[in-house]
Design a protein around this ligand. Structure first.
Ligand SMILES: NC(=O)c1ccc[n+]([C@@H]2O[C@H](COP(=O)([O-])OP(=O)(O)OC[C@H]3O[C@@H](n4cnc5c(N)ncnc54)[C@H](O)[C@@H]3O)[C@@H](O)[C@H]2O)c1
Ligand SMILES: [Zn+2]
Length: 377
């Protein structure tokens, strides 16, 4: 039981397989001409899973592996260097293939390692979180954080293939599973609103999804992302819509040093940025409500209340270093954000996909979100 997609981003193309188990993995690696792999995996993944995957590969393909402990707090250039030097010590060469087995954090770090080692060696992603499987591997962006903010150091780098083993999600915590669905919610409100009702009917707070329902989530994510990224691989124009919810989201995720999950930060960011879009007269009240309804359906609102330990000033000060700076002429006292004009339509002004938002509008919107969140809990 598997599904196959062709991911097209800019002029690049790579296959994506969603399988119920790992049976077809060897065949797909062989089809790429891979005869030795270096697996870098996230230590949090179930040990039995790692052992059985290594056993499966080792019978057929030369294989080295290393487990690393990663988190948002060490998604940095030191980790990139540490892994690169370990792989060099193990004998990696320019013909080797790196397999990144883990969530979005590991995928971003190892993606950067693959792009830098020998100025680029082959990379295969085996995403093990819903976030990575439905979002981060559908982009060429590989980046790590600096002390100033998230994803400020990175590059665009293409994988040879993505292979998602659905059974791997069994060990994911409910919290991480749900946080992973937030990017799908973002895609629904910002790119494919015609699918909101269909997905709303399936979303639940119990993490009960069939393989085919998950495949629908993946299919929609691919349609939303590739539909725009095919003509905007650097995510500078239409593709910037995928940053909706991320200016605020990245700031709270960064402030919490990963305690608030990426998806949770983005969920909060979607609420705040939808309120800002309404405050500026773009989104209608009922369109903002749809954001809350979708996020509430996956039952993560109570996780978002913890964000209220950060003041508006603290969040604002981190947002000043957001990686969308430079997309438009800057103005003292403002931060550029991606906003919506209506569901499925990004706000574009004089050819610019970002809007400078004033601090007072941000503060009003954050407070509105905190008030509305407390009504849900
Ligand atoms: N490049 C992009 O375009 C892009 C897009 C979206 C997100 N991201 C990045 O991805 C990161 C978030 O990704 P994430 O949500 O996958 O976080 P993550 O990688 O931190 O994984 C979440 C948690 O699940 C654990 N884990 C991973 N796989 C597991 C499994 N199968 N079973 C049990 N536990 C498992 C991890 O150790 C971690 O504790 C952020 O750093 C974000 O910036 C990048
Ligand atoms: Zn994201």
């Amino acid at each position: 039981m598997f599904h196959e997609y062709k991911i097209r981003i800019g002029g690049y193309e790579y296959p994506y397989y969603l399988s119920y188990n790992t049976e077809i993995l060897i065949g797909k690696l062989r089809a790429l001409g891979v005869c030795s792999v270096f697996i870098v995996y996230d230590n949090s993944i179930n040990k039995d899973y790692i052992t059985s995957l290594k056993n499966l590969l080792m019978g057929e393909i030369k294989c080295e592996s290393v487990g690393i402990s990663v988190g948002e707090h060490n998604k940095n250039i030191d980790k990139v260097r540490e892994i690169s030097e370990y792989l060099l010590e193990c004998g990696i060469d320019r013909k080797s293939c790196i397999v990144a087995l883990g969530g979005g954090v590991l995928g971003n770090i190892v993606g950067l390692v693959a792009g830098l080692l020998f100025r680029g060696i082959r990379l295969v992603h085996i995403p093990t979180t819903v976030m990575a499987a439905t979002d981060s591997v559908l982009s060429l962006k590989q980046a790590v954080n600096t002390k100033f903010g998230k994803n400020l150091l990175g590059m665009f780098y293409k994988p040879e293939m993505v292979f998602t083993d659905y059974s791997c999600f069994k060990s994911l915590s409910k919290r991480d599973y749900n946080a992973g669905l937030v990017e799908l919610i973002k895609n629904l409100v910002s790119v494919i609103p015609e699918h909101i009702d269909e997905v709303y009917g399936i979303l639940n707070d119990r993490v009960e999804y069939t393989f085919e329902e998950f495949n629908l989530f993946l299919d929609l994510s691919i349609r939303a992302k590739c539909g725009l990224l095919i003509n905007d691989m650097y995510e500078k124009k239409d593709g910037l819509v995928f940053e909706y919810g991320h200016t605020v989201g990245h700031a709270v995720e960064f402030l919490s040093r990963g305690e608030i999950r990426h998806g949770e930060g983005v969920a909060f960011g979607l609420m705040v940025e939808s309120e800002i879009s309404r405050e500026l007269g773009y989104l209608k009240e009922e369109e903002v409500d749809i954001h809350y309804k979708l996020i509430n359906k996956i039952g993560i609102i109570d996780q978002l209340t913890r964000i209220n330990t950060y003041s508006e000033e603290e969040i604002w000060n981190v947002m000043k270093y957001d990686n969308k700076r430079g997309y438009c002429e800057e103005n003292e006292g403002t931060v550029p954000m991606v906003l919506l004009k209506s569901l499925g339509e990004c706000y574009v002004e004089n050819g610019s996909y970002v809007k400078l938002v004033q601090e007072d509008i941000f503060k009003i919107s954050v407070n509105r979100v905190f008030n509305r969140i407390s009504d849900f809990t």
